[in-house]
Design a binder for this molecule. Structure first.
Ligand SMILES: [Zn+2]
Length: 415
């Protein structure tokens, strides 16, 4: 993040069989997490803070005015007019009947931190207030209580769990300084099997579209087994040298220019040759939990490193597919089911929780997928991958709970 300082309440590092995860977590509540980067490295400590910077998502504040949209029948993106008052900026929008979901995003073009102060539903409940039940105070990046990065961009997704819904009626918000607030709204009827479009990109000259075919099939199969059909567009190859290796920071100029080549209505997956500089070795990272949806900007996509999944000229298709599917899960609003320390979990009540108190067999303070074998180690959103030994024996991470599926199926960009 470009110049801004990053405040990370808690960071942890974990590594296992060569694969480490850098996590940034919140403590405060037993349900919230953030995930980020899966790193393959041994000496991460040194690079840690750098990498963190590089990794975080982003948000900021923006402000402003209104007007309108693009869309397909049941999906619209519009800018919401804001008025300036003693309490900062404020605005409102009406959620029509039959609405399924929405993503309210706030932008700040100088990439400083940006968040909402409140978001009040038609029943008068400020869902960003800690005192409301339920609330997203600690969980939405667009809330001041969340430790997720908010540089240049932040948002609130409804529903981020079945406890929330896109209630019909007038919603109002107040926000700190920003450049614009946008609403991506989906209405209609939820099909039994939701469909989400994926747009793959590949950068560099080492690998070609053929090298990611199997991984894309694995990604597609993982979602299909969980009730979500994936439509995969033809892979777009980006040959310009500057995009071969990019920073994991979405506000980085080059990374931003790359992600802006994405499609507005798809989950854009950028299979880069590698991350640049200190980011080298990271498996993948998403622009947010969720990231942006419905428009072209710096946060509408995820990055996945090919070199981090390769051994010589061979790509580990299963792990690559799982990483891409995992980052896509973040991009659509899913958190880790269980964090590394085994004391922070996602906000979904039906996801398996692996607790440090009873399952840390080696008492090292870190929960591995193996230790959580019967408690979510096989969930797509578990905080770290299986060890290479387990993967060799056929262990996979491809499960999503009913509520995780609920969030994905209700996604504003699902159809
Ligand atoms: Zn993750």
């Amino acid at each position: 993040m470009q110049g801004g300082s990053i405040i990370i309440p808690n960071k942890r590092l974990r590594k296992k069989n060569g694969i480490s995860l850098i996590e940034i977590t919140h403590h405060t509540k037993v349900k919230k997490i953030k995930v980020f980067i899966i790193m393959k490295a041994e000496s991460i400590f040194l690079r840690f803070s750098l990498i963190l910077s590089a990794i975080l998502l982003t948000l900021s504040c923006a402000k402003k005015n209104s007007s309108s949209s693009e869309s397909s029948d049941n999906f619209t993106v519009s800018e919401i007019a804001q008025t300036s008052g003693s309490d900062g900026l404020s605005g409102s929008f009406v959620v029509p009947e039959n609405s399924i979901s929405f993503l309210l995003s706030v932008f700040l073009d100088n990439n400083n931190s940006v968040v909402f102060k409140s978001l009040t539903d038609p029943d008068g409940i400020d869902i960003l207030s800690y005192s409301s039940t339920p609330n997203l105070y600690l969980d939405a990046s667009g809330s001041s209580g969340s430790s997720v990065t908010k540089y240049g961009y932040a948002n609130v997704l409804i529903p981020q769990s079945p406890s929330f819904s896109a209630k019909t009626g007038k919603w109002t918000f107040t926000a700190y300084n920003n450049d614009r607030v946008k609403l991506a709204l989906r209405k209609g009827v939820i099909p039994l099997e939701a469909t989400i479009e994926v747009q793959p990109f590949i950068t560099g000259t080492t690998w070609s579209a053929e090298n990611i075919l199997d991984a894309l099939t694995i990604l597609s199969d993982i979602y299909l087994e969980n009730g979500v059909k994936i439509t995969i567009n033809n892979t777009i190859t980006i040959t310009e040298g500057e995009y071969s290796s990019v920073s994991p920071t979405f506000t980085n100029t080059t990374t931003s220019a790359l992600v802006k080549q994405g499609s507005s209505d798809a989950v854009n997956i950028f299979f880069i040759e590698d991350y640049s500089g200190i980011g080298s070795g990271i498996l993948g990272n998403a622009a947010g939990m969720p990231g942006s949806m419905g428009e072209v900007n710096s946060w509408n996509g995820v990055l996945v490193s090919l070199s981090a999944h390769a051994s010589g000229t061979v790509v580990d298709a299963q792990l690559l597919g799982e990483t891409a599917a995992h980052e896509m899960g973040h991009q659509l609003g899913l958190f880790h089911t269980t964090e590394k320390g085994g004391n922070v979990f996602d906000i979904l009540s039906d996801t398996p929780e692996c607790t440090i108190s009873s399952l840390d067999n080696d008492s090292n303070g870190i929960l591995t997928a193996e230790e959580c074998d019967l408690f979510g180690g096989d969930n797509l959103m578990f905080w770290t991958s299986w060890s290479s030994t387990s993967r060799s024996s056929g262990k996979k991470q491809d499960k999503l709970s009913s509520f995780q599926q609920y969030v994905i199926k209700h996604s504003p960009i699902a159809k």
